[in-house]
Design a protein around this ligand. Structure first.
Ligand SMILES: NC(=O)c1ccc[n+]([C@@H]2O[C@H](COP(=O)([O-])OP(=O)(O)OC[C@H]3O[C@@H](n4cnc5c(N)ncnc54)[C@H](OP(=O)(O)O)[C@@H]3O)[C@@H](O)[C@H]2O)c1
Length: 279
């Protein structure tokens, strides 16, 4: 880390726990690349201390924070102002502090869509099937709708699906068991469940009947290549990995805190991948 001046800008990531987060590594790469007088630090904050800690950081001259599990809904509630991305997602992953005020946004959906585009996949090209109905699904479904895609959601439990459709009008609901058969009617399928993550069961999705133009996205990034993505590649389908979403969702926060538009490129990807490979 460089020697900081008294004018250094400080940002960070908070979660509980936060030790698994790759955000310090990724923002640290950009800080070094741009020679910025600033730092990005991990901040483990217990849920019961969240409000006091955030108000304290905002009052201490911090530029802002990324927010991860389990604080994204609490972060929404503490904001003085939230943008439309946060309203639609019902959660905040990026806080910007200015003159003691707290502004919140949600960059997960934006990051997902930016990553699709980086892979040459048009998010508004046709109907999208979102598997899962958790926090990430909501942000992604909202962003796909904003791109003009009709969105269908399939989730294991009805409770989360009901919650999602109440908060995000215009979604079509599909029974979880029909997910494979429905692929024929979609141009994009995205796994937003935790299935396929290291230590979790594999997502059971039969790609044999998938149309040749189907793009398959997985937001899980540990492992980098999930069984779903490997199956898509084997069949010659476009495969979009989750790491890119993680990299892109970081862009708006970095720009707001440090005043530089950072670039997601192969050097950054390799730098973060190297850390994931040794995990
Ligand atoms: N690439 C990125 O930048 C990025 C960003 C955010 C999240 N993620 C990843 O996305 C995943 C979901 O995150 P989240 O915050 O949305 O989590 P979440 O709110 O807890 O939602 C989890 C979802 O997974 C489903 N699920 C879990 N176990 C399942 C199983 N055995 N069978 C079928 N469905 C199952 C849940 O279904 P039920 O409702 O039925 O429980 C729910 O829809 C995590 O792996 C996370 O690491 C990646």
């Amino acid at each position: 880390m460089p020697i900081l001046s008294g004018r250094a800008r400080i940002a960070g990531v908070t979660g509980w726990p936060v030790a698994h987060s790759r955000s310090p590594r990724l923002h640290g790469f950009w800080l070094e690349r741009h020679g910025i007088d600033g730092a990005y630090v991990p901040l483990p904050i217990r849920p019961e201390s969240f409000d006091a800690a955030i108000r304290g950081l905002a009052a201490s001259g911090f530029a802002g924070l990324n927010v991860t599990i389990p604080h994204k809904v609490a972060a929404f509630a503490i904001c003085d102002a939230v943008d439309e991305s946060a309203e639609r997602a019902g959660a905040v992953n990026t806080l910007v502090f200015q003159d003691g005020r707290i502004a919140g946004s949600n960059t997960d959906g934006w990051g997902f869509v930016a990553n699709l585009r980086a892979h040459g996949v048009d998010p508004g090209a046709g109907p999208a099937l979102v598997l899962g109905a958790g926090g990430a699904a909501r942000a992604i479904a909202a962003s796909l709708q904003d791109c003009g895609a009709p969105v269908t959601v399939a989730n294991r439990s009805a409770e989360r699906t009901d919650e999602l459709t109440r908060s995000l009008p215009g979604l079509t609901v599909l029974p979880w068991e029909q997910r494979s058969a429905a692929l024929a009617d979609h141009t994009l399928v995205v796994n937003t469940t935790s299935l396929g993550m290291t230590g979790e069961p594999t997502l059971d999705l039969d790609l044999d009947g998938a149309p040749a133009g189907l793009a398959v996205a997985d937001i899980v990034y540990v492992p980098l290549e999930t069984p779903l993505l490997a199956a898509a590649r084997e069949r010659g389908l476009a495969a979009v990995e989750g790491l890119g979403m993680l990299l892109f969702q970081a862009v708006p926060g970095f720009r707001a805190w440090f005043g530089v538009e950072p670039v997601v490129d192969d050097d950054l990807r390799r730098f973060v991948e190297a850390d994931l490979r040794t995990a």
